[in-house]
Design a protein around this ligand. Structure first.
Ligand SMILES: Nc1ncnc2c1ncn2[C@@H]1O[C@H](COP(=O)(O)OP(=O)(O)OP(=O)(O)O)[C@@H](O)[C@H]1O
Ligand SMILES: [Mg+2]
Length: 369
């Protein structure tokens, strides 16, 4: 439970890990290096393989092929209880017949830790999750958020070099979730342990993580910081999954100067082209698009549209704009910007350099949760 600047937690290496159930591959060649002390989030839609990856690391599931190293040592074939890994699940798996104190002491009892040491470490773990006053309560006498904090205390009390969490805040309401996200971040900082965290909530991933691995259909599409994934998505799937985005599809022409897309008779251009024969789309972040009244658009790239939805966000407004081809663009406009009414005809404009050119992927839209 002491801060461990000397020991920043265990590294994890997954190398070409595959997990098959019959002909179906829940994991299909997953490779991932997690650095000692890192906060790594596994993000992806339902069924993409996040929990399977966590179960493989924990030892609850065997791999079909590939390598798995924890702290540089292969753990393939090592049973879960010998891996010394802390685990927290979505549903608080506290023992209902034990008090909070006995729940948290349980991993220490299993490890034969003496009574005095046990008491001290339980108190410390409960303090860390701000549940020091609840040691004598039973789980049924706690709120959901309190139970999850106890589960977290139980997972860190034996000072594991690695903590795995599978949607631990999934069952809690938004406010509580946001507060516990910050608590988990603080605990990670104080412990210095490696955290691997599963969520399908991209905002949660952005708040918590050093890096995020984006899963899709049993594979990792991209690993990077939130900023890297937002600014430089490697695939359309990643671009759509992280943050809001507008995807422009049209008849494409590429030449030495870049790529042009013709969408319902209007042509927009970006100064880049894709290698190969893939059909390109343009991805634009909401803050890279500007809304203007007709005739007032600046710059070369403009698209006519109609305001389909106006959402007041406090810090500004978000507009959904229906384009000529029936698709929807998402635009964020600052508080100081002009206001537009539902049904109003507008023009969107953008700098071609801000458009990310990506290969089209028809699964990117449909696999969102
Ligand atoms: N024991 C099993 N037998 C057969 N298929 C399984 C088994 N366990 C998981 N799967 C399948 O493997 C795929 C990945 O499941 P996994 O639980 O890893 O998804 P997930 O990303 O955690 O999704 P969610 O966000 O819904 O929790 C799913 O299609 C699931 O149905
Ligand atoms: Mg899951």
């Amino acid at each position: 439970m002491n801060p461990r600047p000397d020991n920043r937690g265990a590294a994890i290496d997954l190398e070409s890990v595959t997990k098959a159930y019959g002909a179906f591959k829940a994991l299909d060649g997953v490779s991932l290096r997690i650095e000692p002390g890192e906060f790594m989030t596994l993000l992806g839609p339902s069924g993409s393989g996040k929990t399977t990856t966590l179960n493989v690391i924990a030892g609850f599931t065997d791999v079909s092929s590939g390598k798995l190293l924890v702290g540089g040592q292969s753990v393939v074939g090592v049973p879960a209880h010998k891996r010394n890994i802390g685990v927290v699940f979505q549903h608080y798996a506290l023992f209902p017949h034990m008090t909070v104190g006995r729940n948290v002491a349980y991993p220490l009892t299993l490890r034969g830790v003496g009574q005095d040491d046990r008491k001290r470490r339980v108190a410390k773990a409960l303090d860390m999750v701000k549940m020091g006053d609840f040691a004598h309560r039973y789980p049924s006498e706690l709120s959901g958020g309190q139970q999850q904090r106890v589960a977290l205390a139980r997972a860190i009390v034996f000072d594991p070099p690695l903590l795995l969490m599978d949607e631990p805040l999934g069952a809690l309401d938004k406010k509580l979730r946001e507060w516990l996200q910050l608590e988990i971040k603080r605990i990670h900082r104080e412990l210095g342990t490696t955290f691997v965290y599963v969520t399908h909530d991209q905002e949660e991933a952005l708040v918590l993580s050093d890096r995020i691995a984006v899963f899709n259909r049993g594979r990792i599409e991209q690993v990077g910081t939130g900023r890297q994934l937002y600014d430089e998505p490697a695939t359309l799937f990643v671009g759509r999954f992280i943050g809001d985005s507008t995807v422009l599809r049209g008849e494409a022409r590429s030449d030495g100067t870049g790529t042009a897309l013709t969408i319902a008779g209007e042509t927009v251009a970006a100064p880049r082209r894709l290698a190969g024969e893939t059909s390109p789309v343009m991805l634009l972040r909401p803050e890279k698009l500007a809304i203007r009244r007709p005739g007032q658009a600046d710059g070369k790239n403009r698209l006519a549209g109609t305001i389909a939805e106006a959402i007041y966000l406090g810090s500004g407004s978000k507009y959904e704009v229906k384009l000529g081809d029936g698709s929807t663009a998402i635009v964020r406009s600052p508080l100081t910007g002009e206001n537009f009414a539902l049904g109003e005809k507008v023009e969107l404009c953008f700098d071609g350099a801000d458009a990310k050119l990506l290969p089209d992927d028809s699964t990117a839209d449909t696999t969102l949760t």
